[in-house]
Ligand binder design. Sequence first.
Ligand code: SFD
Ligand code: AMP
Length: 625
Amino acid sequence: MANFETVQVETDLLILGGGMASCGAAVEAAYWAKKNGLKVTLVDKAAVDRSGAVAMGLSAINQYVGLKEGDNTVEDYVNYVSQDLMGVARDDLVASIARHVDGSVHLFEKWGLPIWKAEEGGYVHEGRWQLMINGESYKVIVAEAAKNHLGTENIIERVFIVGPIMKDGQVAGAYGFSVRENKFYVFKARAVFCAMGGAVHVFKPRSTGEGLGRAWYPPWNSGSSLYFTLKAGAEQTCQEVRFIPVRFKDAYGPVGAWFLLFKSRATNAFGGEYMVERRDELQNWKPYGLVKPIPANLRNYLGMLDVMEGKGPIYMRTEEALQKIANEYKDDPKAHKAKVKELEAEAWEDFLDMTISQAILWAASNVEPEKRSSEIAAAEPYFIGSHSGASGAWVSGPEDLAPPEYFWGYENMCTVKGLFAAGDATGASSHKFSSGSHAEGRIAGKAAIRYLVNENPAMPTIDDATIEALKAKTIKPIELFEEHKDFTSQVDVNPNYILPKMYMFRLQKLMDEYAGGVGSQFTTSKVLCERGLELLDMLKEDSDFLAAADLHELMRCWENYHRTYQAEAHVRTMLFREETRWPGYYFRADFPKLDNENWLCFVNCTMDPETEEWTMLKRDILPMK
Ligand code: SFD
Ligand code: AMP
């Protein structure tokens, strides 16, 4: 066996991932752990300062309820989320986050995050729920607080988590490997908190060639949360609800600031405004089509109808929006000039804070947003429980809000004892974004410590044979490469193994063509899903032959392994739900309409960790207490 040292770590609570949810969990769990003499350890595949979706920073905080200011109520937010997800949301979970999210935002400000202030006092709102920030260092600030609370000696960076270790149906820890040194890691834990983000690059991206890898969602979130919780036996929900954001074309710059802050219009190539011209179509998606704001997927859908009719490209009318705002100062040339400069700076900063490549693309292609429009387009599908998607683990709600069917002892505990989750890892509680993910992490971190104190589970023992077997499985791609690499003159052409990049292309192609990716206009059907599953099965067989030339490629192998399970959960769930509920996210060509009578419900699934047999089930949508 290749020379890998085995490192064993023992901890009471193991936090997996170092993103927004985990940093929230770290702050809260560290506080309660100290009071109870418990040890908390956080593991991230990257460096917490710049890991996860907020790596580059953000330009807005998208969930702020404004309870103290009296701007909105928790119920307002619950209604917004339920409508936006076409009626499919866990009100108890959304309310649980909504009542705590402002607290997270106030902490960010206390820790040093600059939030824009209005001249008349209060925060500058991008939209009803969104606040503008100078957010290029957002993640660094949030990470610093997590480090201060947890202590850097309890944070292990650059260790990729492969999967769960289970004992008697209970979670006993996790295993993984260092991406920098030949070290295999075994973590023994009495409770585990999983927040390793959502998944990207399951579907073929629009970007190819020299732009390959570019996506809206960060390429390093590859379905590890789904794989971890699924392999632990935890029930999943809303795995059909992929998120398709409309983004500035080719560099995926977000659109929120343009639509909400600058109040820009989007038009087709002939100047037509699909949100106006296609309004009648919304009648077909009643009652959700008639609410304000119009659900994200329906906004996508109206634009897609234009594209399918050949009216593309679709443009964000940046020049028109900026000129309109500046024109308020038209009678004062000096003030007008200053306003134009200010708006230009804001437009560039929006991307420089969050999606730097979009600013680079603008610069490279001579775009001056105050002078010309930019193309926007629907991105490829992502899996994310925190923005406007909904896929993730099915977790317990809080006792005071959750109906009995949704409550099993501890907030955010999965259906597996001792396993907690939050952020992009949990489902049916959309629109939590960066701030809500942090708040949900805090809720779950506190609940995990309460679980440890109340239930006092024993520290699991893991025998040497189990450890050796997990190690062999983990590093197998390295050994396979070493054994066969000299069989051919080119390492990427070899009949004995498949390199992770080639494997990923195969996964993405089949998802694009059979599961409704960009290349098939987001359309699928029973027969397409069934054929997709057949091809996925064959791909899974070949995953035994994934090979890695080094530690970096070993990570790429396991990322793809995780993505494959995300793909399967998605196709199985789309196949099970016989209706089209989220046009603009995906269409079931054989069931093109909404069917509230049969399908106003959650579709959940589980996979037997041993046999890998799947079970699909419907769960009722119940109001909170
Ligand atoms: O404009 C392993 N998001 C936005 N939220 C906002 O509040 N405002 C915005 O402006 C936002 N926009 C935005 C957003 C995301 C992205 C990518 C862009 C723009 C370009 C959404 C938030 O970022 C998102 O909701 C939260 O970050 C979710 O938090 P969390 O904790 O669930 O995920 P994470 O932060 O990505 O962290 C994941 C962590 O897991 C690690 N990891 N570690 C060990 N082993 C493995 N196998 C692992 N796999 C992953 C990662 O390293 C990371 O630490 S806008 O577009 O709307
Ligand atoms: P985005 O930049 O697309 O991620 O959006 C940022 C925030 O603005 C999210 O809360 C979105 O739901 C919201 N948003 C974006 N576009 C619109 C729109 N046209 N109408 C209402 N809300 C929007």
